[in-house]
Design a protein around this ligand. Structure first.
Ligand code: NAD
Ligand code: G6P
Ligand code: MN
Length: 445
């Protein structure tokens, strides 16, 4: 229907000073027909980051969406009052701590990554506390708001929220990597990614596409696999990507050669080839360094330039259109009951019938006004079952380590992680991470 029949919603972006905010705001301004908006509030705990992006936002909206109210704040009451949708993308500890998550393990010859292995574990223990606080604050000021969470490590965050707020029905954890991959596959066959009906199973950053049906019901996956095996794989927005992301996408060809059943999520490279990836990672220059001189620098410099010029018309400050578009499309599907299919995280409850019910699985779901209606997956084969059960045990022990302040569970979690395995190495990296995270973690006993 036309936009006049849709109710205009109020959105707060938590982590409003994020490098992804300009892209999300731009998507909001270009999708007002799909998702009519009354007010956008940006909220961050870092006043400086927030004001740079917030001042850019005011110029963008004045020029592109003058009917939408836009403001920014570091005040919770102002942020969370009278809100329909919360888009959450915070980074507890910032890039300073992300750098440690990557470099501490790498210096001990273990994978160091934002969301995988000990780095993801450390980030998880930092994120949970701030996420719990956010959920409580939102519920205090806006009891019925939808919370769409993108904060990483999304696998750990999703499981922790499910455990700590078991009766919540309006928190949805999402990752954009399935959409990034769908767009990249679509480019290989000159197809519109939005028309794919995908089937997917796994955990966040730990899953596989099993079918990619087109609008005629034909599975295009065999064709896509052939193209990847013969010509390699690149992200759809390769020209915007740093070398590490190009290397990551290229690994899909290797994974496919070894395990030809399905198309893997790129993050599986760290779990399937930890030794090889370790040989390619530099402990003195990690993804954080790349982001600092790349995405972060560009976003903040460009926002400042726009504010000085008082116009955003000559500018392109957006990184990865897929990310912002997905956030808006997901919110629209829920707000306006569009029942579109997205890959999201939900409590298993039998969706994958031969793994634990309490896992937070990542699967295709139709998104309606009542939230995600996941499609059944059924039983999965031994190799995938083994991998997923192991990873779920790691995730569950990580969340329990936080809730119970348990050193033993933390050690068990890291020992189970495929990037670590050896218990002495697990203890060594855990002790180093405890020291580095003193200001953020509960005291593990
Ligand atoms: P960033 O550091 O640039 O942005 C995060 C912002 O959150 C910062 O401005 C910081 O001050 C703010 N923040 C920290 N703690 C906060 C709190 N308690 N309340 C409110 N704001 C707080 O990082 P980024 O690279 O832009 O990423 C932002 C987040 O989004 C990260 O968690 C990242 O992993 C995640 N992300 C997820 C996906 C996905 O697919 N799920 C995709 C992209 C980014
Ligand atoms: C992908 C992942 C996200 C991750 C993002 C950015 O989209 O799904 O979870 O946060 O990449 O990673 P980067 O290393 O570029 O900050
Ligand atoms: Mn992700």
């Amino acid at each position: 229907m036309t936009k006049t029949t849709k109710r205009k919603i109020n959105i707060v972006l938590v982590g409003g000073g994020s490098t992804w905010t300009p892209g999300i705001l731009k998507s909001m301004t270009t999708h007002l027909d799909l998702l009519p908006i009354n007010r956008v509030m940006l909220y961050d705990i870092d006043e400086q980051r927030q004001s740079i992006i917030g001042d850019f936002a005011k110029i963008l909206f004045r020029e592109e969406a003058p009917d939408v109210e836009i403001d920014y704040t570091t005040d919770k009451e102002k942020a969370y009052s009278n809100v329909d949708f919360v888009f959450c993308q915070m980074r507890t500890g910032g890039f300073t701590m992300r750098e440690k998550d990557e470099k501490i393990p790498l210096n001990l010859e273990i994978i160091g990554q934002e969301t995988c292995g000990p780095g993801g574990f450390a980030y998880g223990l930092r994120s949970i506390r701030d996420m719990v606080e956010m959920v409580k604050d939102v519920r205090y000021y806006s009891p019925d708001a939808w919370i769409l969470n993108y904060t990483n490590p999304a696998a750990i965050v999703a499981l922790a929220m499910d455990k700590i707020f078991p009766n919540e029905t309006r928190i949805l954890n999402i990752c954009d990597q399935p959409v990034n991959l769908l767009r990249s596959y679509a480019k290989l066959i000159n197809y519109d990614a939005r028309k794919f009906e995908p089937t997917y199973f796994g955990l966040n950053h730990f899953g596989w596409f099993t079918h990619l049906y087109d609008e005629f019901g034909i599975d295009r996956m065999p064709e896509i696999k052939e193209i990847v095996l013969n010509g390699g794989f690149r992200p759809v927005d390769a020209e915007q990507r740093d070398q590490s992301w190009l290397d990551t996408y290229a690994m899909v060809e290797d994974i496919l050669r070894d395990f030809p059943d399905y198309l893997p999520n790129t993050y599986l490279q760290y779990y399937l080839y930890p030794e090889y990836k370790l040989s390619k990672l530099d402990p003195n220059y990690t993804r954080t360094d790349e982001v600092r001189v790349g995405r972060e620098k560009k976003v903040f410099e460009e926002c400042q330039r726009i504010v000085e010029n008082d116009t955003a018309r000559d500018s392109h400050v957006v990184h990865n259109d897929a990310h912002g578009d997905m956030m808006i499309e997901v919110a629209a599907s829920i707000a306006h009951n569009l029942r579109k299919t997205y890959v999201v995280m939900v409590r298993n409850n039998g969706i994958i019938s031969n793994i634990s019910d309490d896992a937070m699985v990542e699967v295709a779901a139709s998104l309606s006004i009542n939230g995600p209606q996941p499609y059944a997956v059924g039983p999965i084969e031994t190799f995938y079952k083994g991998l997923i059960e192991n990873q779920h045990a790691y995730e569950k022990l990580t969340v329990e380590a936080f809730i119970e302040s348990s050193y033993t569970k933390a050690l068990q979690a890291l020992t189970l992680n495929r990037t670590v395995v050896d218990a002495k190495k697990a203890r060594e990296v855990l002790d180093a991470l405890i020291e580095a995270n003193k200001d953020y973690w509960p005291e593990l006993k």
